[in-house]
Design a protein around this ligand. Structure first.
Ligand code: UD1
Ligand code: CA
Length: 457
């Protein structure tokens, strides 16, 4: 028996004021729809069905390759109509769970409670008590406290409007019931829509038990209609992550000034200063110190590394004891061995920086292998690109590259070799050699500066 998860995502989302379909707007770096699919995918035997309409092509493209059954709802005739579009590809025996692509913080545990009830033959409804229930469907109960129906705000009378318990829209029920009830819906209501909520009264009439559950936190069922609500949920999500990091023993200079868009794994005794963004999978080893305003994406940072302020680090591997920054850029394939240093305004791409090697000032190292303890002087450039092809530069252990040298690849500099400052190196240099590749200096004594033609000073 499968759990068919139907996520409604056909709405336009006009209040986002965006050309991007609403459910593709991101929270913590992932689309809202992705968050919903993630929560549902952790339920056993879940098959994902998504109902799309506005921006359908773009949504499908964003999830190309994912195991999703798409149902197209070309005209938005209401939530009941939307669910009906997905039903033909669902078995009668399946349990159906209905979710919303714009309700991104729903938790798997909450959904598991609903599906368990539905698997026992009940209709399980997620409701929430709101101080201001305006706009929501109200949960109408009889004097015994049993759910009788849901009445939409626009169809409710004064007595019903006073009810604070509202429908979140999330429910679970057997597919056989839905297939029986949805064709009976009518659009004879204030909005002229096929309301999914009308199935509650049908269930009651048929003697199917309607049971309600509440989420752990109200944020789980908060929907996003505009960017104000999206930003609010982002802050809730981020503050939860920061809280967990603190509980796990990480020091955060300011828990409100941290953004994790992916998965951050931390060792013990890690410190993170303000304004840091972590994207994708990032690992920080024991005692790592991250200074203010760093972006770190899909990288592994070893123990005891210090990252000073304002660095941009992506797909880099940084071994223990390294020092990075301030203002360093590590691009994909930067591989720093133990104790290496990459400092101010240096860029490293597809390059190995050997143990203890130093690349400290205003330097570009691309497509290169630098040996242990080499010293790369200020302003050194590996000229790796001829406009068409890329070439590698090899620098041996303990080599010393003088400031402002251009190393024109392919080229290799031997171990313990020295390159004089200001050299343009186009021929390889052997171990221990000194290479001087610059014009010889001439000093002209008694030279007189030109004077102005009209005699002015
Ligand atoms: C719905 C519920 C209401 C509940 C509220 C919670 C109904 C009739 N009402 O009202 O009881 O309190 O959610 O937020 O179900 N959608 C489609 N296709 C459609 C219509 C809607 O995909 O034809 C999607 C929308 O994109 C949206 C969601 O379903 O994500 C909810 O639709 P919306 O029209 O906003 O329902 P509400 O009026 O908010
Ligand atoms: Ca809504």
């Amino acid at each position: 028996m499968t759990l068919a998860v139907i996520t409604l995502a056909a709405g336009k989302g006009s209040r986002m004021k965006s050309t991007l379909p609403k459910v593709l707007h991101t929270l913590a770096g992932q689309s809202m729809l992705q968050h919903v699919l993630n929560a549902a995918s952790q339920l056993p035997d879940a098959a994902q069905h998504v109902v799309i309409g506005h921006g359908a092509g773009e949504v499908q493209q964003a999830f190309s390759g994912a195991a999703i059954h798409w149902a197209i709802q070309s005209e938005q005739k209401g939530t009941g109509h939307a669910v009906a579009q997905a039903l033909p590809s669902i078995d009668d025996e399946d349990t159906v769970l209905i979710l919303y692509g714009d309700v991104p913080l729903i938790q798997t545990e909450t959904l598991a409670q609903l599906t368990a009830l539905a698997q026992q033959g009940q209709l399980a409804l997620l409701t929430v008590e709101l101080a201001d229930p305006k706009g929501y469907g109200r949960i109408v109960r009889d004097t015994g406290g049993n759910v009788v129906s849901i009445v939409e705000h626009k169809d409710a009378n004064a007595e019903q409007l006073a009810i604070g318990e509202v429908n979140t829209g999330i429910l679970a029920v057997n597919a056989r019931f839905l297939k029986q009830w949805l064709p009976q819906l009518s659009a004879n209501n204030a909005q002229g829509e096929y309301y999914l909520t009308d199935i509650i009264a049908m269930a009651v009439a048929q003697g199917v038990t309607v049971t309600t559950r509440q989420p752990q936190r109200a944020s789980e069922v908060e929907g996003v209609n505009d960017r104000v609500q999206l930003a609010r949920l982002e802050r809730i999500y981020q503050s939860d992550i920061a809280h967990q990091l603190l509980v796990d023993g990480v020091s955060l200079a300011n828990p409100a000034l941290l953004d994790v868009r992916g998965h951050l794994t931390v060792g013990s005794n890690v410190f993170i200063d303000v304004g840091c963004v972590f994207e994708g999978d990032v690992v920080l080893g024991d005692n790592v110190h991250v200074g203010p305003y760093n972006l770190i994406r899909n990288s592994i940072i070893g123990a005891d590394v210090r990252i000073e302020s304002f660095c941009h680090i992506e797909q880099a591997n940084v071994a223990a004891d390294c020092q990075i920054g301030p203002y360093a850029r590590l691009r994909p394939g930067a591989d720093l061995h133990i104790g290496a240093k990459v400092g101010n305004f240096c860029e490293v791409k597809k390059a190995t920086i050997g143990a203890g090697a130093k690349v400290n000032h205003l330097t570009y190292i691309g497509d290169a292998d630098i040996g242990a303890d080499a010293n790369i002087g200020a302003g050194t450039i590996t000229c790796n690109y001829d406009g068409v092809n890329k070439f590698r530069t090899q620098i041996g252990a303990n080599a010393f590259i003088g400031s402002n040298s251009s190393l024109v690849a392919p080229v290799s500099i031997g171990a313990n070799a020295t390159v004089a400052a200001g050299s343009v190196i186009t021929k390889s240099v052997d171990d221990e050699e000194l290479a001087v590749g610059r014009a010889r200096q001439k000093n002209i004594a008694g030279w007189v500066r030109p004077s102005a033609k009209d005699g002015k000073k």
